[in-house]
Design a protein around this ligand. Structure first.
Ligand code: SAM
Length: 218
């Protein structure tokens, strides 16, 4: 892919329209919408497909993976209630688009990807866009113990269950957002760690993610 980081009036206009669409679809957190309005999603596409970048659709990024649909990114981000300075673990780096949205909200992001080609690509491309995350290659279903505890954990692939090990890496008061279900559809789950041993779990809308593959996953 040839990357040209040019953000002209056409793309900025398309981004504004995307924000209007997401607001209409129910995304209410203006900080999240502002972040969507700021991150140039076309930077994650080959120039040939820039006309697709601001549609509310997932799109192939190679190696059988996709850049998530903007609505899904906004939905998960809204559930995390990111505060400036939050330490966030993202499992499933993919293109890095979600990573950038988290950073726009002021989070320090630790992000882990299991596919070496995707990991190397995103590691190389993101700093050129001005975003500095902490990248890891490996099985994120076990979290990253070394940098725990986290204020927030986001899983961007579909899991068969909520991995216990991720719950233990949350701070008290921390939030985990994870899609859980079978290979065809998953419910978005939010878990809040309310005390050392107590968690509040809420089940929300249905989505379809690529599978979370690993030790505490498929
Ligand atoms: N949010 C990303 C974006 O906007 O580009 C999309 C993420 S994509 C839907 C899910 C990613 O999770 C894929 O890149 C996949 O390789 C990765 N993945 C799956 N299982 C994983 C695991 N156990 N640890 C880390 N990454 C994993």
């Amino acid at each position: 892919m040839a990357y040209k980081f040019i953000d002209n009036y056409r793309e900025r206009g398309a981004r504004k329209k995307l924000v209007v669409l997401l607001r209409e679809r129910g995304i209410a957190d203006e900080r999240v919408l502002k972040a969507i309005g700021k991150v140039p999603r076309h930077f994650f596409f080959d120039e040939t497909f820039w006309n697709q970048a601001y549609k509310d659709i997932a799109f192939p990024i190679g190696d059988g993976q996709t850049i998530s649909q903007p609505y899904t990114v906004a939905y998960q981000t809204e559930l995390l209630h990111i505060q400036k300075g939050d330490v966030v673990l993202e499992i499933g780096t993919g293109s890095g688009y979600q990573t950038c949205i988290l950073m726009e909200l002021g989070a320090t992001v630790y992000t882990i990807e299991r596919q070496p080609s995707i990991y190397s690509h995103t590691l190389k491309v993101l700093p050129g866009m001005g975003y500095k995350a902490n990248f890891f290659l490996g099985d994120g279903s076990k979290g990253i113990e070394k940098h725990a505890p986290y204020d927030k954990i986001i899983v961007t692939a579909g899991a068969p269950f909520v991995p216990e090990i991720l719950l233990k890496q949350l701070k008290i008061g921390g939030i985990l957002v994870i899609p859980v279900g079978d290979e065809k559809s998953q419910k978005m789950i939010t878990v809040i760690r309310v005390s050392e041993n107590d968690y509040d779990k809420i089940e929300l809308d249905t989505f379809r993610f690529v599978p979370l593959v690993g030790d505490q996953a498929w």
